[in-house]
Design a protein around this ligand. Structure first.
Ligand SMILES: [Zn+2]
Length: 393
């Protein structure tokens, strides 16, 4: 087993810990000290001197169409699957895979295969059963059984609300789904959440508000995403967060005159709104289509989301003078806590060795996933099975 000795890392865990040395082995952080002695000869140790560069936990992308999403403009608009370096070069070491609009030609089996492929390539990956529509896509025929018996499945989503692409779920359907997810979470210690895709519809978060008012389900079970896509929807989300609901922001491109907040703007507004900052997360919608529709529901334009949008958002925040320790939890510690991913999202002894070093400009310098180096000096060291120049290891 090769051990990795990182010297002179300015650690943001996400809280600042000063300049430290780290010893990594077996996929874990074995030691974190102000200075580690040289290890005995005979041990297989590689040393990397970070020369004071900032070291942060690997980013957790909580909303990724790992199989490729899309499909809203015909079969040729189905987005291809995402290769592992799309994540690692963006500093993302953990991805949560899910299905979206197309949970018809794509299913939970294919999703799980991609999750396991990413794991084989050295990343950490989990997923949700379901997709936009009800009844939900599952592996076993039951949401509760999927979450209890399939290790990689930790919740259900993205279930679409207030969107013309949804299955127009009723209040009863939504709360029954949430009850199954919640109970599965209790039985397994997994997240057991319903990850909700919010569309542009004016009904917004109405069903979630009702569920919290009329049932015993805890607020943590409902995790709405894309809540920054419309400013009035964002205000609704902040109101829910004041009562303990998690909110997930999407790092999609936002035009100057758009009725939306960029993830950076929305995160700052959320942090200034007096809500518990631990409730806010940012995800990328990587691999998902970003379609624009006309009044007839026909696609006029389509982009594809990228995991790199997370680091771009973080860099934008740093550029605007936000301290790293204030911005970072929404990309690391917060998703780890909400999704109950033990060992993820923080730098500590015993935590998983998922680490990113940033250069002076905030760009990726070094990426380590489960103890293995994927990016070094800003250049890719490992690629996936079908990526060009794959090293034979
Ligand atoms: Zn979505």
């Amino acid at each position: 087993m090769t051990l990795l000795h990182l010297r002179n890392a300015q650690v943001c865990a996400p809280q600042p810990l000063g300049t430290l040395d780290l010893l990594l082995g077996g996929g874990k952080i074995l030691a974190l000290e102000s200075s580690l002695p040289d290890l005995p000869a005979g041990l297989d140790v590689e040393t990397i001197d970070l020369a004071g560069r900032r070291l942060i936990p690997g980013l957790i992308d909580g909303h990724v169409h790992v199989t490729g999403g899309g499909g809203e403009a015909g079969f040729r608009s189905r987005v291809p699957p995402l290769a592992p370096s799309r994540f690692t070069r963006a500093g993302v070491t953990t991805a949560i895979g899910l299905l979206g609009t197309d949970d018809t030609t794509r299913g939970t089996r294919g999703l799980l295969a991609h999750i396991h492929a990413l794991r084989e390539e050295g990343l950490s990956a989990f997923g949700y059963c379901g997709g936009y529509h009800l009844p939900p896509a599952t592996l076993t025929g039951s949401v509760r059984d999927d979450l209890v018996f399939v290790e990689a499945l930790i919740g259900i989503g993205e279930v679409a609300l207030s969107d013309h692409r949804s299955s127009q779920p009723t209040f009863e359907e939504l709360v029954k789904l949430a009850a199954d997810a919640h109970v599965a979470g209790l039985l397994t210690g997994k997240a057991g959440i319903v990850h909700l895709h919010l569309g542009d519809g004016v009904r917004g978060l109405e069903l979630v508000r009702r569920a919290l008012a009329e049932t015993e389900l805890p607020a943590r079970v409902f995790q709405p995403t894309h809540v920054n896509r419309r400013r009035a929807l964002f205000d609704e989300a902040l109101e829910l967060a004041r009562n303990g609901s998690p909110i997930d922001l999407t790092a999609f491109p936002v035009a100057e005159d758009e009725d939306a907040w960029s993830a950076a703007d929305a995160l700052l507004r959320a942090l200034d709104a007096g809500i518990d900052p631990a409730l806010v997360t940012v995800s990328s919608d990587a691999g998902g289509s970003l379609p624009c529709f006309d009044a007839d529901g026909v696609v006029t334009h389509m982009d594809v989301g990228e995991s790199g949008a997370l680091l771009a958002t973080l860099r934008e925040l740093l550029g605007r003078g936000v301290p790293l320790e204030r911005a970072l939890p929404a990309f690391t510690a917060n998703p780890a806590r909400q999704l109950r991913l033990a060992g993820k999202g923080r730098i500590a002894r015993g935590a998983d060795a998922d680490l990113v070093a940033l250069d002076d400009r905030g760009a990726v310098d070094l990426v380590i996933a489960r103890g293995a180096v994927h990016v070094r000096d800003g250049s890719l060291q490992r690629q996936g099975w079908f990526e060009a120049g794959r090293p034979t290891d």
